[in-house]
Design a protein around this ligand. Structure first.
Ligand SMILES: *Cc1c(COP(=O)(O)O)cnc(C)c1O
Length: 234
């Protein structure tokens, strides 16, 4: 099932859209199966779980006597990140999709300076009408990218957002349009802004239930979990 879904998604997605397979709450074996079907990028939302899977892969490499086993796997962090858990995530994740506050940005930048590593991030934007969700507002993004302070150890690659949890397609569409507008606003300012490089173009939006709409509205990266791996047991 995992293999078939990965194959189907890979054959259907436009070349401009990257698939992140969200493997949270699923075992390492499920990741292996997806990897063998050609999937390279996996999304995890809990620091402890990401770290456990990274360690597990290291053990499997030792057991197989093959240090290159799954060597081109990439981990994206997509969950809420507390500043006291950075060291469990930042050494391993190639992209932190869920940076949702200036405080976190500063903490990541400090970690980057201390460890001499530039971290790739997306700015998580608040686009839904669910009060429980987090993220920057449009104005906060604007202030951040054009602000005085400069984050030397952070590379902002774009934005991420989650639509309202609803069956109403019009609501989902207007949420995704909002994220696309924030991205367009950033594009207009690339070059003038301290914290932006010219390739700040990623728009991570779309999950199992809404990714076709997200793609239609400009997504460059979809985060698909349950459609690939089945329901999660929390
Ligand atoms: C869990 C999660 C997903 C995947 O959701 P599915 O509905 O299972 O596809 C995507 N993005 C984020 C931020 C998540 O936490």
């Amino acid at each position: 099932m995992i293999k078939e879904t990965i194959n189907k998604l890979h054959s259907e997605l436009p070349a401009t859209v990257k698939l992140v397979a969200v493997s949270k709450f699923h075992p390492f074996e499920a990741i292996e199966e997806a990897y063998q079907a050609g999937q390279k990028v996996f999304g995890e939302s809990r620091p402890q779980e990401l770290l456990a899977k990274v360690k597990r892969l290291e053990e499997v490499r030792v057991a197989k006597g093959d240090p290159d086993y799954m060597s081109d796997i990439e981990w994206h962090f997509i969950g809420h990140l507390q500043t006291n858990k950075l060291k469990m995530v930042l050494p391993y994740a190639s992209l932190i999709q869920s940076v949702d506050s200036v405080r976190l940005l500063e903490a990541i930048n400090n970690w980057g300076r201390a460890n001499n590593k530039v971290l790739n991030v997306l700015l998580e934007c608040f686009i839904s009408s669910d009060e429980t969700k987090q993220g920057f507002s449009r104005q906060e993004v604007l202030d951040l990218v054009s602000g005085e302070s400069r984050y030397d150890f952070i590379h902002i690659s774009g934005v991420m957002g989650m639509a309202t949890y609803t069956d109403d397609e019009q609501v989902i569409r207007s949420d995704f349009r909002r994220l696309k507008e924030i991205s367009d606003m950033i594009q207009d300012r690339v070059g003038e802004c301290n914290n932006l490089s010219s390739d700040c173009r990623e728009i991570s939006m779309g999950m199992s239930d809404d990714y076709p709409i997200a793609i239609e509205l400009g997504s460059t990266m979809i985060r698909v979990g349950s459609m690939i791996f089945g329901e999660r047991n929390y």
